[in-house]
Design a protein around this ligand. Structure first.
Ligand code: N01
Length: 470
């Protein structure tokens, strides 16, 4: 967003950063083996293609360096205010301004607020008895304790999502015993990863169109997945690949049975790994096909009542997604805190919200993905927001707000589409769904459809106005 603002000649902005440095997901998730399961040439900004990616699926350090390199190249750091967690945004209807308060006691006024707070930033702990009673070491995958040496320790890992499958193979060799508490086995397919040969990097560097073509081929392959989301029957093709991968890598029928999912593939994130199953086949690894139910002073008790004595527990239990704003309180035009609104958080195109003028969201409701690069969605939203700012200038107005009817009609339509898709298939549950089973997270289907919808804002769906502050 900062780069696009600068490119548009809009230099009067600050970026509020909760932590002491930039980097978001790639700053926080530094567990062993942390990598992106979207190919790097797709998981990059369209304006900053990187011919030097070292492998097809790059690791955390390389992605973080790429992100920081962009901040440096476009001179964004002078705009960044670190240790500035936004805690309150209050719309001032008379002035047409947002009043913002941050955790360090600073206050700002802004004509426009663009939220880029992300949805997966606050680690969630399992809802189990005795969480505080453990006497050994505990930490969450997104808060990895590198000072704790796992060598020779008995370790319990709770959870088997995208994070766990990346770090379990890395630590399995070091620990004396690894107890993996698996409530639901993930569907897993091979990861077509590998180092990129120098000649390919040179090709991408000197003939940039070759990299663009490669990027498009990845994009369209990923979009193929969306066909299965729309028509779950088509997921059987991916299911066959996943079943083959399991039987190819796990020879022990008892272990294989434990690792075989019993829900429609695609309703939770499909995971990519070549080393997860082999790690589970190790002698010092025990897969417990039951979730954690209780934590005691020196052990974890599984849902079948068996007690596992361990020295450390690693929570790979994901993120708190059901209260996406966390400590942030946003007050709308009527002074109502958005959490108190009836019907929960929804947005028009996942980007603008009724009653909240001049507020744009990146990765707002129903814009997350299970199959393609989230950067594609973010860039679509950024371009949309920039066009809205330009339209306000063109109209010589200072305020714009989505019409409630437009937002409601849009959400009714996508919720109707989502009902038929894979995420609710056969009663499947995941963090994509809220407590009422409503999918408020995922974009329904092809990302090019989202791009089409956001490519040119339909300004008839907005009201515009002028306030004294302009
Ligand atoms: O978390 P998750 P994550 N006993 O919520 C389990 C992104 N990401 O950090 O399935 C035992 O997926 C829970 O079980 P169940 C990506 O969007 C991306 O792994 O609810 N287990 C589940 O297995 C991803 O979706 C990359 O039955 C318990 C696990 O904890 C998101 O982050 C890499 C339990 C939580 O899995 C979150 O992934 C990593 C209990 N009591 C992450 N309670 C990329 O490469 C919960 N669980 C892009």
């Amino acid at each position: 967003m900062g780069v696009y603002l600068k490119k548009a000649g809009r230099n009067d902005f600050v970026i509020l950063e909760k932590a002491g440095d930039i980097g978001g997901t790639w700053r926080d998730n530094h567990y062993p083996g942390a990598a992106c399961d979207v190919p790097s040439h797709m998981y990059s900004f369209s304006f900053e293609q990187n011919p030097n990616w070292s492998r097809f699926y790059s690791g955390q350090a390389e992605i973080l360096a790429y992100m920081k390199g962009i901040a440096a190249k476009y001179d964004l750091m002078p705009h960044v205010r670190v240790n500035s967690e936004l805690l309150e945004s209050r719309w001032d209807e008379a002035q047409g301004l947002w009043h913002l308060k941050t955790g360090n006691g600073n206050q700002y006024t802004a004509r426009v607020v663009i939220s880029g707070i992300g949805g997966l930033s606050r680690p969630a702990l399992p809802k189990v008895k005795g969480l505080d009673s453990f006497k050994g070491t505990t930490f969450h995958s997104a808060q990895w304790n590198h000072d704790y040496d796992l060598t020779g320790k008995r370790v319990a890992v709770i959870g088997t999502g995208a994070s766990a499958i990346q770090f379990v193979p890395q630590i399995a060799e070091r620990v004396s015993k690894l107890v993996l508490l698996q409530r639901t086995p993930p569907w897993l397919v091979p990861k077509p990863d590998g180092l990129i040969h120098d000649s390919v990097k040179q090709l991408f560097k000197y003939i940039p169109v070759s990299q663009r073509l490669f990027r498009s081929s990845i994009y369209w392959q990923a979009e193929g997945f969306a066909l299965g989301f729309i028509n779950p029957k088509l997921m059987t093709v991916i299911e066959k690949l996943a079943r083959w991968h399991l039987s190819n890598q796990v020879k022990d029928p008892v272990l294989r049975a434990k690792l075989t999912p019993n829900y429609t593939i695609g309703c939770k994130r499909v995971l990519f790994s070549n080393n997860y199953y082999p790690a589970l086949a190790r002698e010092n690894v025990e897969v417990v096909a039951a979730g954690a139910q209780e934590i005691r002073a020196h052990s974890v008790v599984d849902a079948e009542g068996n007690e596992h004595e361990v020295d450390a527990i690693i929570f790979a239990t994901g993120f708190d997604v059901h209260d996406p704003l966390g400590p942030l309180h946003i007050y709308d035009r009527e002074g109502i805190e958005v959490r108190q609104r009836r019907g929960g958080l929804s947005a028009y195109l996942g980007t603008t919200l009724k009653g909240l003028p001049n507020l744009f969201m990146l990765l707002g409701p129903n814009t997350a993905l299970g199959h393609n690069s989230i950067i594609f969605m973010i860039e679509s939203q950024i371009k949309y927001a920039i066009q809205c700012l330009d339209e306000m200038d063109r109209k010589k107005v200072s305020v714009m707000e989505v019409k409630p009817a437009a937002q409601d009609a849009y959400n009714d339509k996508i919720q109707e589409e989502l009902k038929r898709m894979v995420w609710s298939e056969g009663g499947c549950k995941s963090w994509y769904l809220d407590e009422d089973g409503k999918n408020v997270t995922i974009w329904p289907g092809f990302t090019w459809r989202y791009w089409m919808k956001t490519r040119r804002p339909n300004f008839r769906n907005f009201t515009f106005g002028q306030r004294p502050s302009a």
